[in-house]
Design a protein around this ligand. Sequence first.
Ligand code: FMN
Length: 490
Amino acid sequence: MRTPRTKRGRCASPEILSVRLAPHVVLEANPSGELVTRFQSHSFSLGKFSARIADRAQKLHSGLQFSSFASGRDKEFHLLIRRLAGHGLTEYHLGHPRNGEDLVVIEPQVSDYWPRTITIRDTDVLVLSRFAYMRRRGNEMVLESPRAGALFKICNPKIATALAIFSRPQQIRRLPRQDPFPWTKLLALLVDCEILFKLKTPNDSGLRLTEGDDNLVLWDFHDLLFHTRSTEGRHANPLGGLYSYARAISSPPAVRPSWPGKKIALSKFSAEQSEIISPFARLLRQRHSTRNFDDQRPITLEELSLFLDGTARILSEGTSKLGFGDNGPSITYASRPYPSAGACYELELYIAVDKCEDLARGFYHYEASEHALVPIEARSSQLEAMLMRAAFAMGAPAVPQILITVAARFARVSWKYSAIAYELILKDVGALMQTFYLTATDMGLGGCAIGIVNIDLFAKMTGIEFHVEGPVGQFAIGRGIRSETGPPLL
Ligand SMILES: Cc1cc2nc3c(=O)[nH]c(=O)nc-3n(C[C@H](O)[C@H](O)[C@H](O)COP(=O)(O)O)c2cc1C
């Protein structure tokens, strides 16, 4: 499998990595020197570049050797590639050193992916990550991992076969020799993406307890995959309300067709009875989503405090011992107004403030035990991006006054539950969302749940790795515009 050695024992590495524009991307130069990229229905400017760069950039349609610019000596060209890569518009081809045939195509999945060649020594022992998997995509075979910054399209089946050996730890020097093939480079790129990892000591098993930190150990494979693929930020697949199969499959009906059998009619509340139904039942009927907010009369800090107090403040704390005998571990509990699976209460609230009377614009963590807000130093461009994404998800003309990001401390649940941890977390989010909705309605505020959240942006704003604590839901609140109508009231 190894490439030929030089006299000094290192692997000779002919240049086989090239960068290309992703297949759907077109790059054009305006007469003014501005480089514009077009893909699908989008187009945007990458900035002004010299004629030399515009000319060289055209080579990106067919491919350009990675080493020819990666050193950064040509600063202007390097800047252009970094900009393209930052928008996920490039891909990287690993070619056969003899005939240039594509062996692997690397497709970035995170916005700042940049291929790094990790040094691989003969003494290193590598093994596949338990999160790595290979699957059919269309008529291709792809190697992926929810941890990886990029996906590897395997163009030659021999590579898929050869990688199978890494289901057990393998020392590089003991690998069987193969044809001239950029094996070391591929392994280095796979280690960089955490699809393969190096064992800390040669005798490690490479099993679950030896891969990553304690937080990672607690994740089940399907849960981490579900989290990264059902949110935004760590994959490049289309997502959201795309109606992808609307032409092929008709919409399932809003109301399920009846079961056969004799119906037993149930009594219901009528409009005339509305004065006798309980205040809570009325609250339920009044609840609706509000996406437009009155920025002339923003929500106040006092209202936000009451909202958080009513929905998420810690009401009591306690400790209990796990029934593993005298030395069993202790667990601390902190109950809040909404129900939570196993009383784990893993959900944390992060508050992005655009407009709030008596509270500065910024990003805060809600400390549920102290009932206090703690500012988090996030870049204002990141705060803006978070608020803009929420406005986009709501189809709203302006950003919400307050955006609550619900983040989960995943390990709090997965320490106890196997196989069902992530779905329990999402159910907890549902319980919290309804608590938000009802409290907002009760307080005369407007609110709206948001279904798409960017986990990479949150990781950048907080500096917390995505597998440790990350967003699982968002909720916008503020003073709703009165004209917005909800469903008819009782
Ligand atoms: C899990 C969840 C995700 C939602 N995501 C969005 C969203 O991204 N954008 C949006 O405008 N509304 C979103 N909503 C609000 C729904 O569109 C809304 O609840 C639904 O249309 C019913 O309207 P109502 O809440 O006014 O009764 C979401 C609601 C839930 C429960």
